[in-house]
Design a binder for this molecule. Structure first.
Ligand code: GAR
Length: 213
């Protein structure tokens, strides 16, 4: 039975609007996050709209900014909170801070990130948010998409869990492309990957992800 005792506690780390967090909240409400429970939202920015979404859904929130704690202090504080809330899975949903090797090693294969392109295209340091879509348009690709992957010490370099392609339209702007990638790929794939993780269906084999459906 899927009681709160045997569900995996999930923390979602955010910095902005939180539409991916909303997709997770909606999926949980609809029973699509099997064996998982959104237990905590941590924002790196005090004014992130994602915090409002979390509060409206009744999820505990914390703000841990670099400005307040410095880089090292920020991670230490986040780790303390993760311990306190018994977190077993961390989801980066538009979290705009790069985590240290020490942090990613401590949570090896327990951190999932959503990236708005088909990795290995348009990823790595400096590629985040709208910049990713601007770069895709500048290169003239006809297809882009989203990737859900485990996080390791290499920025956007961890094992890939799910990917979905999205068509680029000739009249796309970075904004219209971002919206389509979110609607058609990110908001679908992220809850799906989280649910697979919580059900123990993701297996790592020599740094590749095998999905046992
Ligand atoms: C999303 O498009 C997410 O893929 C991207 O930031 C946006 C956050 O939107 N993440 C990255 O670019 C990470 N490299 P949201 O706050 O509405 O979920």
């Amino acid at each position: 039975m899927d009681t709160s005792e045997n569900r995996i506690n999930i923390a979602v780390l955010v910095s902005g609007g939180g539409t991916n967090l909303q997709a997770l909240i909606d999926a949980e409400k609809a029973g699509r996050v099997k064996s998982g429970r959104l237990a905590l939202v941590i924002s790196s920015k005090p004014d992130a709209y994602a915090l409002v979404r979390a509060q409206e859904a009744g999820i505990p929130t914390e703000v841990v900014s670099k400005k307040q704690y410095g880089s090292e202090g920020m991670e230490k504080h986040i780790r303390r909170l993760l311990e306190m809330y018994g977190i077993k899975l961390i989801v980066l949903a538009g979290f705009m801070s790069i985590l240290s090797r020490e942090f990613t090693t401590a949570y090896d294969h327990r951190i999932i990130n959503v990236h708005p392109s088909l990795i290995p295209a348009f990823c790595g340091e400096g590629f985040y948010g709208l910049r990713v879509h601007e770069a895709a348009l500048q290169r003239g690709v006809k297809l882009t998409g989203a990737t859900i992957h485990f996080v390791n010490e290499v920025c956007d370099g961890g094992p890939i869990i799910l990917q979905k392609a999205v068509t680029v339209s000739p009249d796309d702007t970075a904004q219209t492309l971002q919206k389509r990638v979110m609607e058609e790929a990110e908001w679908k794939l992220l809850p799906q990957a989280v649910s697979l993780f919580c059900q123990g269906k993701l297996e790592i084999e020599q740094d590749f992800v095998k999905i046992n459906e």
